[in-house]
Design a protein around this ligand. Structure first.
Ligand SMILES: [Fe+2]
Length: 379
């Protein structure tokens, strides 16, 4: 595990994370399938396993998982393995959902009420849909909360993940079909962002899974561009319909490049954080505050952060009581717990910006650093 756990060794959290998340890259297909089966069995056996299973999403019918051909590590792209919360940087596209599943998802997001009530626009992305699930996206909600889906995403990410919060389930980026333009392969040699569907940025959340919801036949471009630790630009192939990419987007500058061919390009981005409340969570709200219903965003952020704090406090209380019974108070573990809580709560406090100071749709300023080619090579 790349990130130290505040609880220290010997807790069930640590055991769980180790068993499900051994970040072995690119094993054989048979090994992967067997390993996934074991991971999933453990996931179901854990107390988090059964709560999200609903009636609409059937993994046997709606998952069409095929392992990614390659998973690029942080070190592969010139970053230290410990820069983020996992040694994994980005996967090659892999098949995740069946055609049938994606078509159900499309019907949910193309609903006129969703298009009307949940649309956002910003200065780095022309059209996005946010916050419509679960009310108007029940199938989408179940699909991303299902333990079998989470087991797959976690396995690829090399760390046990859960959706950051319900509000971030099924964020949609849409590019509107325009005139057919000729594909210019030199686009990445310039710093022009005109060709990007979403400009240079770092995500607010540790991991994302980007799902392609459009038919990509005849589409050219549509890759994800990453800025590596040496400042070079690396493109990862765009996924086809039903396929997805997992990216540790909080720690890597990236942009979604425009697709050429004149057809629609709809992607669904679901964000994830470490499941363990004892692991570092570098979540910020910078890239989402200006395009969110702040009441929902702040409410759900505080809710999950307090749940995590509650779990840590209960665990620490148990440790302190046990150590008092044994007549030995562990000062260094108390101090490390308090340091972690102070850091976490201070960080959270900074993210809850007064509503009057949030400028709707203004993201270019936030993403200025990411857009600069002069950004420090390795941070
Ligand atoms: Fe992103």
């Amino acid at each position: 595990m790349a990130t130290p756990d505040v609880f220290g060794p010997g807790t069930s959290e640590r055991f769980y994370s180790k068993t499900i998340n051994s970040p072995r890259l690119n094993p054989s297909s048979k090994e992967t399938q067997e390993s996934l089966k074991r991971s999933f069995a453990r996931y179901l056996a854990s107390d988090h396993g059964s709560s999200a299973i609903g009636k609409l999403f059937d993994p046997n019918k709606h998952l069409a998982y095929e392992e990614p051909k390659y998973i690029h590590t942080m070190q592969d792209i010139g970053f230290p393995a410990t820069k983020g919360v996992s040694p994994v940087a980005v996967s090659e596209p892999f098949h995740l959902f069946s055609e049938d599943a994606v078509n159900i998802m499309r019907a949910e997001i193309l609903d006129p009420e969703v298009q009307e009530k949940y649309s956002y626009t910003s200065d780095i992305a022309p059209k996005q849909l946010r916050g419509y699930a679960p009310k108007h996206g029940k199938f989408i909600f179940e699909a991303w909360k299902h333990p079998e889906t989470l087991s797959i995403i976690s396995k690829i990410a090399g760390i046990d993940l859960v959706p950051v919060m319900d509000y971030e389930i099924g964020h949609i980026n849409m590019s509107i079909p325009g005139e057919k333009k000729e594909y210019d392969n030199s686009v990445m040699n310039s710093e022009e962002d005109e060709e990007a569907i979403v400009g240079w940025h770092r995500d607010s959340y540790p991991f994302v899974c980007v799902l392609m919801m459009s038919d990509t036949n005849g589409m050219v471009g549509g890759e994800t561009a990453l800025r590596t630790g040496t400042g070079e630009i690396k493109k990862v192939r765009g996924p086809q319909k039903g396929c997805a990419v997992v990216l540790q987007g909080r720690y890597i500058d990236h942009q979604a490049l425009r697709a050429f061919g004149g057809q629609e390009r709809i992607t669904m981005v679901t964000s994830f954080r470490p499941r363990s409340p004892g692991l570092r969570d570098d979540t910020v709200l910078t890239t989402v505050r200006p395009i969110s219903n702040l009441s929902d965003l702040y409410g759900q952020t505080i809710e999950y952060q307090l749940e995590n704090a509650e779990a840590r406090i209960r665990q620490m209380l148990k440790n302190v009581r046990d150590s008092m019974k044994a007549g030995a108070t562990d000062v260094s573990s108390i101090k490390s717990f308090l340091d972690f809580e102070i850091r976490t709560m201070t960080h959270l406090n900074n993210e809850i910006v007064d509503e009057s100071l949030v400028q709707k749709g203004h993201l270019a300023e936030v993403c200025k650093d990411a857009a600069s080619a002069k950004r420090n090579k390795v941070e």
